[in-house]
Design a protein around this ligand. Sequence first.
Ligand SMILES: [Zn+2]
Ligand SMILES: [Zn+2]
Length: 362
Amino acid sequence: MRFGAAVLRSYEDPFAVEEVMMNAGPAEGEILVRIAGCGMCRTDLAVRRSAGRSPLPAVLGHEGSGVVVETGGPDTGLAVGEHVVLSFDSCGMCRSCLGAAPAYCDRFAALNLFGGRPEHAARFTDAAGGALAPRWFGQSSFAAYAVVPARNAVRVDPSLPLALLGPLGCGFLTGAGAVLNSFGAGPGDTVAVFGAGAVGLAAVMATTAAGAVAVAVDRHPERLALAEKLDAAPVHSDAADLPGLIRRLTDGGAQYALDTTGSARLINDALRALRPRGHLGLVARLHTALPLEVGTLDQGRKISHICEGDAVPGLLIPRLTGLWQAGRFPFDRLIRTYPLADINEAERDCEAGLVVKPVLIP
Ligand SMILES: [Zn+2]
Ligand SMILES: [Zn+2]
């Protein structure tokens, strides 16, 4: 079958929206999904800086949602016509997968970032028959269709706004999962969120939904205004004595902090803003050594990296859609939709901070 997709051919060029070909249907355990929408995530854009490790040309996009149109074999657990959100790929067999921690799968990087499962490589090509990377994050959803392992697809209620649900598979999952799973925040807790982008604002919404108190730190006034509308106390990242200010706002220090910025200064400030035995989670990938200032880990404070919100997508995504239905996780307020044909405009707006979460509609 032929369908439209956004192809990234080089690390420097804009996306090219063109026809691609799927030369075989879903294999055993896979499904073919007609994509209703796909969020754009920082990790898609980071491919441009991957220094050759993520193979091109490729169809990126890993926050897809859509309708099952074909199943590969009888054992996918899904039926034609069902609505699904697509999440990251994992092997299902390693110690982490067996321990319900698929984000720490031994094959996470290979399956998601570096070309995916090679066994059906030849079936996905451009219109001229030229090879495309087999799969990105188990899906490649900047396209009208995607073939994905059924393992990564989460069935959702058909009454939900399907085209907007894709970011629940990565960006929103990451922020909300950090708060709900990694921290287990609840009433009486305080969570300081550094960086009010899609991941940070999802963390803010999850904090409020959990009955805890959120502080949001950012340098963009419009992001702080949005965080305030989501019930966070807004704090400018250049405020004098930022850690002291957050400690005053949180009655002696935040129980939890989440850094989405990767900034060494803010990470040190986040640790200083924690109360004793507080926990700082990092979600950004660090590209340099992290200098920790003297004393920042004293008093039982701890720091850890959190991938994909420590989530089992099949458990967390229904929880988040349930919170949305109850009016307690209004993720749709972070989204602006673009036709897939306007993907380069969406990327520009994303890089310029003009949109929190672009969702591309094929
Ligand atoms: Zn695994
Ligand atoms: Zn992502």
